[in-house]
Design a protein around this ligand. Structure first.
Ligand code: PMP
Length: 315
């Protein structure tokens, strides 16, 4: 599990407060019924520029707002306002290292009653120093989960809904306790969906395939970014289509991606090697490029980054 620090502050009930004061009640609706939606962003520290870059915050807050609307949660701030709140929070913390950011919009009324209407909403946000989410980013050993990914007609996987993460937690713990680093999850159709909290790509004969957005996956922001980088910078064919379980067994490479796992190589599935059993060349290229992009080293993709500090002078 990741090296993670502790937040000192949180945005809570409309202002930045010490983290000790950001508390909810045992009666809070979201705590009882899983009626919250959340995001997960990363900020990358660039030592040469003395700058903290947040990766695609506008896209993350747009998705948070969409997840909220699925649960009838009203977010009382626009996307640019949310980016502003985040920047203020990060400056208050004064981070000069890599961080993980967690915004959460939730049903806040202290009451009993399963419903979405006529319940109040709140939004909170905190951030903390953060390293890796999975230890072995260079070579993950995974197994197919016996759990299925939540279906769009049960709890939409396209929304990042707190209650749905019981599904992810079952998937993750059963995989880890069985000796794997992570799990591959099939949807109710039997096609590949995603990992417990990350999207997937496979490579076959130089072509990259990824499950489409209608296959019960989160519409991942790293997934979308890698599709752009692979097509536009590496000149690869990337095809969004259903992926069968057995295609994983015969794939040349497999990539797991997300804000937490970043860009990780999957090199073994159960008792089989994927390709050579080592990180493959396409995975390595796109992973290196991704880490350059998030640290602001590729001019063309600086627009994906929001700098936190103003008026910094490069060292
Ligand atoms: N799928 C699930 C279920 C997730 O929780 C995450 C992490 N947010 C992802 C995929 C990857 O999404 P993103 O690239 O936006 O972090």
């Amino acid at each position: 599990m990741a090296e993670q620090g502790k937040p000192k502050f949180a945005f809570f009930e409309g202002k930045i407060v010490p983290i000790e004061d950001a508390k909810i009640s045992v009666m809070t609706h979201a705590f009882n019924y899983g009626t919250g939606v959340f995001g997960g962003l990363r900020g990358y520290w660039n030592d040469d520029e003395n700058q903290l870059f947040v990766f695609r915050p506008h896209d993350h807050f747009e998705r948070l707002t969409q997840s909220a609307s699925l649960l009838r949660i009203n977010v009382p701030h626009s996307v640019p306002q949310l980016v502003g709140i985040l920047n203020e929070l990060l400056r208050t913390e004064g981070f000069r290292e890599n961080v993980y950011i967690r915004p959460l919009a939730y049903k806040s009324t202290e009451m009993i009653g399963v419903r979405l209407h006529d319940v109040d909403d709140e939004i909170t946000m905190f951030a903390m120093p953060f390293g890796r989410y999975v230890e072995k980013e260079e070579g993950l050993h995974v197994g197919f989960s016996s759990w299925r990914r939540v279906d769009d007609n049960a709890i939409p996987a396209r929304g990042k809904i707190t209650g749905a993460y019981a599904n992810s937690a079952l998937i993750k713990s059963d995989a880890v306790l069985a000796g794997y680093d992570e799990a591959l999850v099939l949807n109710e159709d039997g096609h590949l969906a995603e990992a417990s909290a990350a999207n997937l790509f496979i490579v076959r004969k130089g072509v990259v395939y990824t499950p489409p957005v209608e296959s019960n996956v989160l519409e991942g922001i790293v997934r979308r970014s890698l599709i752009t980088l692979m097509r536009d910078e590496l000149g690869l064919d990337v095809v969004e289509r259903n992926v069968d379980r057995t295609e994983v067994y015969i794939a040349d490479e497999m990539i797991m991606c997300g804000t937490g796992v970043q860009v990780a190589a999957v090199t073994r599935v159960e008792h089989r090697a994927i390709g050579s059993g080592q990180m493959g060349p396409i995975t390595r290229k796109v992973r290196d490029l991704f880490f350059d992009v998030v640290r602001g080293r590729v001019d063309k993709y600086r627009e994906w980054l929001t700098p936190v500090y103003e008026n910094v002078t490069a060292k």
